[in-house]
Write a protein that binds this ligand. Structure first.
Ligand code: AN0
Ligand code: CP
Length: 315
């Protein structure tokens, strides 16, 4: 099996239960991981994904190899049939084939380039890598999805919720650079399968792809969306409609104390890394309602659950 989306799960509640079981007993499943090797390949920077997935593998008794292919490897050709007489030095076919011989499971991180929407949404790099890999592949964030993050967010919500059907608001927030829609898309995809009332709020021109927002309430008035929220999940994303466009000047979308005062004593969530006083004010992220460290901690148990399922090869 590969793990690239919530669609790879047969039963989200069973996976959630397993994750909580693993969190309570992180070293209890080593018989599956011993003498197995995980390779982690990064084409982009990472702090949490890199360390939490490594920790997850170590908790399972696995060996881990990490490579920052984007900065330390040969420059990789992603397109088939290219005459490689320019910058690229090695084709993804050979790279994936070679790494597969050293590893039992491979994780790979690839970001959207935010230049060509069709190319990003076809998951060109991840798909090419999976086609050429000979072992199971786990996405460490792809061009359009970040399933390990969303799984950790689901665990965090389950642990923190005070009502059975909490109101969860995904709010766009400003950012100076163009960021992918991956974290937001993925959060929506997972929340649609969870027992929550999901509301998305973003400025006009920043609606996510219809394949994700289909059936979800989308409000362009942030204050209206935040009213009564139990959880506020902040994230910047660049425009899907005007692909890659940003709006850093919309500073009234920053999550601040007056915004949180509109909620039901709501908890603040963000996947990190976060730009303080741009996406969220110090006052909110430093408050006792901030869950950002709990989310990052749960990355380990999300990854451990996924790796264990892959090692056991069960859905
Ligand atoms: C990335 C993003 O928005 O996809 C990674 C988040 C996990 N964020 C940045 O590049 C700041
Ligand atoms: N949240 C997250 O994936 O962080 P990193 O980019 O640091 O891995």
């Amino acid at each position: 099996m590969n793990f690239t989306s919530v669609k790879d799960l047969t039963n989200i509640n069973a996976w959630l239960k397993k994750a909580l079981e693993i969190k309570a007993n992180p070293f209890g499943f080593q018989e599956f991981g011993i003498n197995k090797t995980l390779g982690l390949i990064f084409l982009n920077p990472s702090l949490r994904t890199r360390l939490s997935t490594q920790k997850a593998a170590m908790n399972l008794g696995m060996n881990v190899m990490v490579m920052n292919l984007g900065t330390e490897g040969w420059s990789i050709e992603m397109t088939d049939g290219t005459v490689m007489d320019q910058g690229s030095q090695e084709h993804i076919k050979e790279a994936a084939g070679v790494i597969s011989q050293y590893c039992d499971i491979i994780g790979i991180r690839t970001f959207a380039e935010l230049k060509n929407r069709e190319e990003d949404y076809s998951e060109k790099v991840l798909t090419k890598f999976i086609q050429s890999a000979k072992v199971p592949v786990v996405s460490l964030e792809s061009a359009t999805l970040h399933p390990l993050q969303s799984f950790a967010d689901l665990i965090t919500l389950e642990e923190q919720k005070k009502v059975t059907h909490p109101k969860v608001v995904l709010s766009w927030a400003p950012h100076p650079r163009a960021l992918p829609q991956a974290v937001a898309n993925s959060f929506v995809e997972w929340m649609k399968q969870a027992d929550v009332e999901l509301v998305i709020t973003n400025p006009e021109g920043f609606d996510l792809a219809p394949e994700f927002t289909d059936g979800v309430t989308v409000l362009h008035n942030q204050d209206e969306a935040l009213a009564g929220a139990d959880f506020v999940y902040a994230k910047n994303w660049s425009s899907y409609e005007n692909y890659g466009q940003t709006a850093p000047n919309l500073t009234d979308w920053t999550i601040s104390k007056p915004k949180m005062d509109l909620t039901n004593n709501g908890k603040f969530m963000h996947c990190l890394p976060v730009r303080r006083n741009v996406v969220v004010t110090d006052e909110v992220i430093d408050s006792e309602n901030s869950l950002v460290l709990e989310q990052a901690n749960n990355r380990t148990f999300a990854a451990q659950t996924v790796l264990l399922k892959m090692l056991q090869n069960v859905g």
